[in-house]
Design a protein around this ligand. Structure first.
Ligand code: PRT
Ligand code: MG
Length: 217
């Protein structure tokens, strides 16, 4: 099923997380008949026209997608479940699991040091998710917020454990760490601003239907 060119007649903006999510989202959109024009990974451009003249694409950081959609600066967005669980933005619906950019949010520690007691220090880019996870487990966790390279923290004695995204496990292994527990499975979702959904219901529902049928096909 392809998106009919006349389907979208009002201006809709879709914010897509740059990097690995963008590459996979682009493939999914193409299978749905939506081509992002003039895109190159080397380009500094941040807004792109598509072959549907009323659909525009923004390329922003994964963590900023909910903010754009929350404020209605973008009608729709594509970003990771990890980002959606961590954000405090609420003014959007989580519509569709796109099944792309899959990985797992995991707890990890130094290899052979999986004997954590009832208190632990946890380094992570995801303080909200981590706090909830350890609370549920009945473990008192001191959360140390980092923006990246969490893998260094246990080795340097900054934390006992980390909570981070894992795909192949190579990053953990190369830094002397091992994954111990799954926090949740991650993939990317389509989100839609609540007012946009009301105002452009038909157009957006057409868009969702087309994406959904590409996912099944
Ligand atoms: O780089 P910038 O700060 O701008 O943004 P970003 O790092 O958030 O962007 P990017 O392109 O890394 O994409 C992040 C999003 O992609 C996440 O929010 C996830 O939804 C999704 N995703 C899927 C991943 C991974 N898989 C992944 N493996 N994001 C990050 N990783 C990293 C992980 O953090 C770790 O450093 O890859 C490393 C682990 O990979 P393995 O294969 O060694 O296990
Ligand atoms: Mg990155």
């Amino acid at each position: 099923m392809k998106l009919n060119k006349s389907t979208i007649s009002s201006n809709l903006t879709l914010a897509i997380a740059k990097g690995r999510i963008f590459e996979e989202a682009q493939g999914l959109l193409e299978r749905s008949g939506i081509k992002i024009l003039d895109y190159s990974s080397k380009s500094r451009k941040l807004t792109f026209e598509t072959n549907h003249k009323n659909l525009q694409v923004l390329v922003v950081r994964a963590g900023d997608v909910p903010t754009y959609v929350d404020h209605g600066a973008a009608d729709m967005g594509i970003t990771g479940k990890d980002v959606l669980l961590e954000t405090s933005a609420k003014n959007f619906y989580e519509i569709l699991d796109l099944g792309i950019s899959k990985c797992r949010m995991m707890v990890a520690c130094r290899q052979g040091h999986n004997n954590v007691g009832i208190t632990t220090r946890v380094a992570t880019k995801y303080p909200k998710v981590s706090k909830q996870y350890f609370l549920k487990k009945g473990v008192q966790a001191e959360i140390i917020k980092l923006s990246g390279s969490m893998e260094l923290a246990p080795t340097l004695g900054l934390a006992d454990q980390i909570v981070d995204l894992v795909d192949t496990g190579i990053t953990l292994r190369e830094n002397g760490l091992e994954a111990t527990d799954l926090v949740f499975d991650v993939s990317s979702y389509l989100i839609v601003n609540k007012s946009s959904m009301r105002i452009f219901r038909e157009k957006i529902q057409d868009f969702i239907r087309v994406l959904d049928s590409s996912l099944r096909g």
